[in-house]
Design a protein around this ligand. Structure first.
Ligand SMILES: *[C@@H]1O[C@H](CO)[C@@H](O)[C@H](O)[C@H]1NC(C)=O
Ligand SMILES: *[C@@H]1O[C@H](CO)[C@@H](O)[C@H](O)[C@H]1NC(C)=O
Ligand SMILES: *[C@@H]1O[C@H](CO)[C@@H](O)[C@H](O)[C@H]1NC(C)=O
Ligand SMILES: *[C@@H]1O[C@H](CO)[C@@H](O)[C@H](O)[C@H]1NC(C)=O
Ligand SMILES: *[C@@H]1O[C@H](CO)[C@@H](O)[C@H](O)[C@H]1NC(C)=O
Ligand SMILES: *[C@@H]1O[C@H](CO)[C@@H](O)[C@H](O)[C@H]1NC(C)=O
Ligand SMILES: *[C@@H]1O[C@H](CO)[C@@H](O)[C@H](O)[C@H]1NC(C)=O
Ligand SMILES: *[C@@H]1O[C@H](CO)[C@@H](O)[C@H](O)[C@H]1NC(C)=O
Ligand SMILES: *[C@@H]1O[C@H](CO)[C@@H](O)[C@H](O)[C@H]1NC(C)=O
Ligand SMILES: *[C@@H]1O[C@H](CO)[C@@H](O)[C@H](O)[C@H]1NC(C)=O
Ligand SMILES: *[C@@H]1O[C@H](CO)[C@@H](O)[C@H](O)[C@H]1NC(C)=O
Ligand SMILES: *[C@@H]1O[C@H](CO)[C@@H](O)[C@H](O)[C@H]1NC(C)=O
Length: 804
């Protein structure tokens, strides 16, 4: 996260704490003022202190030595009160007797939604007031505007309303003194009032992160001539950027990312911003229009302009930014070859994001700093991958390009000499998916032992998985989908014990399914071995994978029966909580990697990413599986999609199929199933795709809104009758009356069960998402900047989750 704000905070806390320590220690013979001592004891009486942090605030003893108190070592007056953490209760006005109090810090407490007491406005000596994250709501009393000495005010992480009113209530004499104002994450809305803002002439830091402030940034911002940091990250500010910011000669951090700003930004906007170091402005629709020869008056460390319009070329002036280390210009309509200076220039970067542009040419960067992040994905870069200096990359994302040839040099020969085979806490991500890479995966993965994510899908790799894969003991995600890989899976793979998501589908892997899967991959959540040449029985050891939610073994030559223990896949049977390893969000450092999986459901392919953690899917289709469908399978009540089609299954459809109430897609077609449809199938109320065709099923299709709304093709080539088929049923096709009654009972019971409404809700949400997912993800890989879509989905998703 781009958050220099918290750095400032941490610094202030450290500063405050260290000053507290130094004052108190030098104070051995000093007794505090009795009146102030009594005031503190009264103040304590009204507080709730569940962790007994104020235990040394007792009748005896020097209050200057109490937890959280700083006194003036000459006069003994209490100057500072630092009571951060876990207090609650009421704030007693006895504080007013601390007439010299200049620092009041009540952050990280929980005062249970009370208002800030108005008497705080009478603590006239206050210089620093920190009430952030303390559970205050409602109004900011206008009396706070009487704090004529106040320099620093932090009211973040509480809950207030209109930003204009909040500022108005601070506009007494506070307005003249205030240097640092922080109102982050307060649900503030409305516009920043132009006239009012301009009055805060001494502001050095104005931080309004993560609110809902709307309308344009007022012109008067330019009057805040001492401003060093302006932070409105993630609000709803719109309109264009005022030119007056060009006057902010002391501005160092300008943080306007994720707003609705639009229009042009020109040289004038930066005319006199000579001190600017960090320009964070991603996620706006701004267009940079500077003259070609423009030389900015600043030297930046960070430049974030994702989603701006910078094109058609990367701006020339960037090359003169000699201390720039963090450049993010993803999705900025830059095209063509990167200028020749860029390769050399990139050696100074430890973070580069030029993804989602139309750039071409050979590997355009020099990676020289360890643990750096380079995202070149979704461009048209081509040619082979050169050796890189060290494999200690943080993130290297080259996916969705046209890179070709072997990766042996890249993986095995390192410019800077052999990789130090050093274990470190940092883990890295290597994504080469969706390119034209070929040849074998070289057997030198020991160089990359920190890899957390290895994505090589959709290339032309051949040969086996190298045994050195076993060195990747940190690996969480392995995608080799859609290559030409073959052979058995190496037993060294057992060492990758942390794997969460394995996709080896659409290759030519063969042999039996290893028994050790069940024992080694205890966190495994997604396993896709579909479209390979695996044969033999499905080993029952697989059933030990208690976090497995998605299992795809389709299109192989597996034989034998479906193990009865499949009913023991816990994560398919019971709702998992979000802290288990199945939540597919892989984070490394401050960067989170969103997992994805390509799955078939309802006869179509879907790519899931943000929503992956909601998907529960079992696909054994197109094998040689024999015997009956085990009744135990119906324990997997969280399944949304079950596909057993194209096998040699016999017997009846399990009578409790209706227990799998979240099923949206059920495909049992092309087997040798016989007998009547179990009446419980009528209770699958989310079913939108059903295929029972090409079996020996007989009798009447049970009646339900869901079943009769399906297409007749769901049932063809059986001896079934009744709607939606055209064949009418004869008398003999009537269901046995007992069964119908039983069914009614069952439904009655279901409605009474307390869990039913919950699962209905979840089922709706998931159904909704599958539909939306299909809209969003059915676009071909190469033409979308794919991860970006998820942001929109994530937002919508959080709305849904809130709704339920
Ligand atoms: C402050 O408290 C510590 C222990 O809590 C004690 O050792 C020290 O003597 C006290 N100092 C004064 C001035 O009371
Ligand atoms: C402590 O009080 C003395 C006497 O009033 C004053 O000179 C000094 O500046 C004060 N120190 C602090 C840190 O406030
Ligand atoms: C302040 O101190 C005076 C004198 O000890 C006392 O009478 C008064 O009640 C105190 N005020 C508060 C608000 O505690
Ligand atoms: C501003 O102060 C007045 C008077 O104390 C109060 O009625 C009003 O609600 C306050 N506004 C806000 C936004 O706190
Ligand atoms: C900004 O958004 C508000 C609605 O939130 C709209 O009324 C206003 O016209 C917009 N202003 C500009 C300059 O786009
Ligand atoms: C920049 O500063 C110069 C000198 O202080 C001043 O004349 C000029 O108007 C300023 N330009 C802008 C756009 O503020
Ligand atoms: C790319 O930038 C444009 C223009 O700002 C924006 O509308 C679009 O949402 C961005 N695309 C993605 C995938 O974020
Ligand atoms: C690059 O920027 C895009 C947004 O345009 C973002 O989705 C992606 O995660 C970024 N890459 C990295 C490595 O941060
Ligand atoms: C590359 O950069 C280095 C210093 O960063 C400089 O000495 C060298 O001349 C540059 N080379 C080219 C080709 O620009
Ligand atoms: C896959 O590899 C085999 C040899 O192992 C080769 O004959 C075949 O052409 C390859 N197929 C593709 C699509 O590369
Ligand atoms: C499946 O779970 C049941 C209990 O729920 C247990 O008795 C049985 O041994 C398990 N089967 C396997 C193969 O783990
Ligand atoms: C990665 O590890 C190196 C050396 O162990 C350390 O200096 C660096 O700060 C780490 N980076 C992260 C993001 O953890």
């Amino acid at each position: 996260m781009e958050n220099s704000n918290s750095v400032v905070m941490v610094f202030l806390i450290i500063f405050a704490t260290s000053s507290a320590i130094s004052f108190c220690n030098g104070n051995l013979d000093m007794l505090c003022n009795e009146n102030e001592r009594q005031a503190l004891l009264t103040f304590k009486q009204d507080l709730k202190d569940p962790m007994n942090q104020l235990s040394n605030w007792d009748e005896s003893g020097d209050c200057c030595n109490w937890t959280g108190i700083v006194c003036n070592k000459t006069t003994g007056h209490v100057l500072e009160l630092h009571l951060a953490n876990n207090l609650g209760g009421k704030i007693n006005p006895s504080l007013l007797n601390l007439t010299y109090l200049n620092y009041l810090d009540l952050t990280m407490n929980d005062f249970g939604g009370i208002q800030i007491p108005s008497f705080i406005g009478s603590l006239k000596s206050l210089i620093n007031l920190d009430l952030s994250n303390s559970g205050f709501t409602g109004i900011i009393p206008h009396q706070l505007g009487n704090l004529c000495m106040l320099k620093q005010l932090d009211l973040s992480d509480n809950n207030y309303a209109l930003v204009s009113e909040v500022l108005a209530n601070l506009s007494g004499c506070t307005v003249n003194s205030l240097e640092i104002l922080e109102l982050d994450r307060n649900q503030l809305s409305g516009q920043l009032p132009d006239e009012l803002l301009g009055q805060f002439r001494n502001l050095v830091v104005l931080s309004l992160t993560s609110n809902s402030i709307s309308d344009p940034i007022p012109e008067s911002l330019g009057k805040l001539s001492h401003l060093q940091m302006f932070d409105v990250f993630s609000n709803r500010l719109n309109g264009s950027l005022p030119e007056s910011i060009g006057q902010l000669a002391e501005l160092q951090i300008f943080y306007i990312s994720f707003n609705l700003l639009e229009g042009e930004v020109s040289d004038i906007h930066f005319a006199n911003i000579t001190s600017l170091e960090d320009l964070y402005a991603s996620g706006n629709s701004l267009t940079l229009k500077t003259s070609p020869a423009w030389l900015p008056p600043f030297q930046l460390h960070s430049l974030h302009l994702n989603s701006w319009n910078l094109g058609p070329e990367l701006p020339q002036w960037i090359q003169r930014q000699t201390v720039l280390s963090d450049l993010r210009v993803s999705n900025t309509s830059i095209s063509g070859r990167l200028p020749t200076w860029f390769k050399n220039f990139s050696a100074q970067l430890d973070f580069l994001n030029i993804s989602c542009n139309q750039l071409y040419g050979e590997f355009p960067v020099m990676i020289s700093l360890p643990y750096s992040v380079f995202d070149l994905s979704s461009n048209q870069f081509s040619g082979s991958l050169p050796p890189i200096p060290s494999t200690n990359v943080g993130i290297l994302d080259l996916s969705n390009n046209l890179f070709s040839g072997s990766i042996t040099d890249f993986m095995c020969y390192l410019n800077g000499g052999p990789n130090m085979l050093r274990k470190s806490d940092n883990s890295s991500i290597l994504s080469l998916g969706n390119n034209l890479l070929s040849g074998e995966i070289p057997n030198c993965l020991m160089n990359w032992n920190n890899l957390m994510v290895l994505h090589l899908e959709n290339n032309n790799f051949v040969g086996r998985i190298p045994s050195s894969m076993g060195y990747l003991s940190n690996l969480r995600s392995l995608h080799l989908r859609n290559n030409n890989l073959s052979g058995e899976l190496p037993s060294s793979l057992q060492n990758c014990k942390l794997l969460l998501n394995v996709d080896l589908s659409a290759n030519k892997f063969g042999g039996r399914l290893p028994q050790w899967f069940g024992a080694s991959f205890s966190n495994l959540s997604v396993l896709n071995l579909g479209s390979n040449n695996f044969h033999g029985d499905i080993p029952p050891e697989l059933c030990n994978l208690k976090y497995l939610r998605i299992l795809v073994l389709s299109h192989n030559q597996l034989s034998g029966e479906i193990p009865r223990c499949f009913g023991n896949f816990t994560a398919m049977a019971i709702l998992q909580n979000s802290s288990d390893p199945t939540s597919i969000m892989i984070s490394t450092g401050d960067w989170q990697f969103l997992e994805n999986a390509l799955l078939t459901s309802k006869g179509r392919q879907f790519e899931y990413s943000t929503l992956l953690k909601l998907v529960v899917n079992l696909d054994l289709s197109d094998n040689n599986l024999l015997g009956k469908i085990p009744e135990e399978l119906t324990r997997l009540v969280r399944l949304q999609s079950l596909n057993l089609s194209m096998n040699r299954l016999i017997g009846q459809i399990p009578s409790k199929i209706g227990d799998m109430g979240l099923l949206e897609s059920l495909d049992l077609s092309r087997n040798q199933l016989s007998g009547q449809l179990p009446p419980s199938i009528a209770s699958l109320s989310f079913l939108s795709h059903l295929n029972l065709s090409y079996n020996n099923l007989s009798g009447r299709i049970p009646t339900s809104t869901q079943l009769q709304s399906l297409d007749g093709s769901s049932f063809i080539v059986n001896q079934l009758c009744g709607p939606p088929l055209a064949q009418n049923c004869s008398e003999s096709d009537r269901m046995p009356p007992g069964v119908e009654e039983e069914e009614e009972d069952r439904e009655g019971n279901l409605l009474e069960q307390s869990g039913f409404h919950l699962s209905l809700g979840l089922g709706f949400a998931i159904g909704f998402w599958t539909v939306l997912g299909s809209l969003l993800f059915n676009t071909p890989w190469s033409i979308v900047c794919h991860r970006l879509l998820d942001i929109a989905v994530l937002k919508l998703y959080s709305i849904i989750v809130e709704y339920f």
